[in-house]
Write a protein that binds this ligand. Sequence first.
Ligand SMILES: C[S@@+](CC[C@H](N)C(=O)[O-])C[C@H]1O[C@@H](n2cnc3c(N)ncnc32)[C@H](O)[C@@H]1O
Length: 392
Amino acid sequence: MNPQQAQLPAPSAEALIASQTLCQHIAEQIDAADGWISFADFMRHAMYTPGLGYYSGGATKFGGAGDFITAPEISPLFGGSVAATVAHILAETGGGVLEIGAGTGQLAAQILAELERRNALPEHYAILELSGQLRERQRQTLHTLVPHLVAKVQWLDALPTDFVGVILGNEVLDAMPCELVQFADEESGNSEWQQRGVTVSQDGFAMQNRPISDAKLLAACTPLPQIPLYTSEIHLEAQGFIAALAASLQRGLILLIDYGFPLREYYHPERSMGTLIGHYRHHTIHDPFFYPGLTDLTCHVDFTAMYTAAEQNQLSLEGYTSQASFLLDAGILNLAEQLPTESIDYMKTAAAIQKLTTHAEMGEIFKVIAFSKGLTGDTAPGLRGRDRSGEL
Ligand SMILES: C[S@@+](CC[C@H](N)C(=O)[O-])C[C@H]1O[C@@H](n2cnc3c(N)ncnc32)[C@H](O)[C@@H]1O
């Protein structure tokens, strides 16, 4: 543990035991795989092992008492704005909404409330969530905020077939396991891309490189700068996820919001350490082995890779823009105008809109990408603002 980490709040005794149990489980997986697993496999175990992984276990995760805060937790106007896009598409397609990775359920509650206000409720609102703990939290949030609409919500165990309507996900792609690659240094006499993986060491876990044997992973390294020890992430799982969404969607829109860049910016020679970080109690952690199961691991999204995966799976690009442009075009300011201006809530809302839309905060680093299948109507609100698709 480095000095910065030594000063971080210690986990409770119960949380510490859960993390140690998870470490033991991961060590057994490494042992069963002859002493090495890919970083993507490590991240999958650390985040999604039932009952113990970061998302599947008891960690608080969201909000002030957790590790990070997401847009729907900042203001209900975020979901209210997303609902403008959703309502527009549902008016053309009918059908339902499918939210992937619904976190605490705030976004679902916000979208349902705004769709009801617009008299545009869908036939059903489905949620696909890997974490049993979060499913329960989503159910509680919906019961508290929109009790009369809970009957519309159904939790799925797998993607549906022939889905019609809107599929959406906020900050889901960044939570998917990614591969880590590193360009070999001159000393190793081996100038080629290496796959980073995890072994068991005396102190816990350690990174160990191996030559890449997976042709798909090697091909994905082609655009990366060949600089000794240049390290970055490759998002094979997220690309597979886009392909799975494409197969699931019969007609409608896929709307994904997340932090990230297009390829040229992502794999810039100066971004030589990649974007993998941890979040622990609102601190940024650079050690991916810091309290596994209690630390959120995340990477930025390579939006060019998502676009390529979508194109290869017969989806059309419907829009790519910043979160600021999306929210402003979707009408976040109009929603704010409907609130009483003399209240403390109005001041809080103004501060929240600033956080969600300014360049220095979430407005620019977060992007919105939308793919469609079989749509013929006008462009939806949110996607008529500044078109950034030329950057992909
Ligand atoms: C960073 S949280 C975002 C939660 C929520 N969308 C929000 O904005 O607050 C990531 C969410 O994605 C879920 N998740 C990650 N991969 C998933 C997958 N393949 N299928 C369904 N949910 C997934 C996690 O369990 C978690 O709920």
